[in-house]
Design a protein around this ligand. Structure first.
Ligand SMILES: [Zn+2]
Length: 180
């Protein structure tokens, strides 16, 4: 069943990890707050400490450090709630060997976000929360990677009324062969 948290009991003392991915123009903070509170309750049930006082552990939030939208809303929640935070900003200036040749002249690497998403997923999480507005490709990509890696995923989607699907960028590839 998707989205069900299954923790290894032997991992009880390891801080739970909550991976967030979401659209940079996601606005509805209430949806994110409710989802975070829900997984907090599931991952860290309250218990009585040595002094008989009810307490609860805090998870670590893992996110892409986007300065707007879902990442920012989740990060702000985590800071206020006393969670640990682990930020993974993409390095947009850095191309790598997987970049197509036409990137060489680009100041900004279009694939940096995808590489960062894959790296975050690879680090592992107990749950992935995806807040996807108008089928935004970055958050959709991360949710897919997380599911493929065996991380339970909960998807929250929002479609702007009247929104038209994003056009897929069509790029004409010019190769040496085609110039012959
Ligand atoms: Zn690149």
């Amino acid at each position: 069943m998707p989205g069900v948290i299954t923790r290894d009991p032997s991992a009880a003392l390891i801080t739970p990890r909550v991976l967030i991915t979401g659209s940079r123009d996601w606005l509805d903070a209430d949806v994110i707050h409710a989802a975070l509170k829900q997984v907090w309750a599931e991952l860290c049930p309250p218990y009585r400490d040595d002094h008989g006082v009810y307490t609860r552990a805090v998870p670590t939030l893992v996110e892409g450090a986007c300065p707007t939208g879902a990442d920012l809303i989740a990060y702000t929640f985590a800071c206020r709630a006393g969670w640990g935070t682990e930020r993974h900003p993409a390095d947009w200036r850095l191309h790598d060997v997987t970049c197509p040749r036409w990137h060489a002249n680009e100041m900004r690497c279009h694939r940096a976000g995808y590489r960062r998403n894959a790296a975050m997923v690879k680090l592992g999480a107990d749950i992935c929360l995806a807040f996807i507005k108008d089928a935004s490709p970055g958050a959709t990509h991360t949710a897919t990677l997380a599911a493929r890696a065996g991380i339970p995923v909960r998807r929250f989607t929002y479609t702007t009324p009247g929104a038209v699907p994003r056009p897929r960028r069509v790029r004409q590839t010019i190769t040496r062969e085609s110039n012959r």
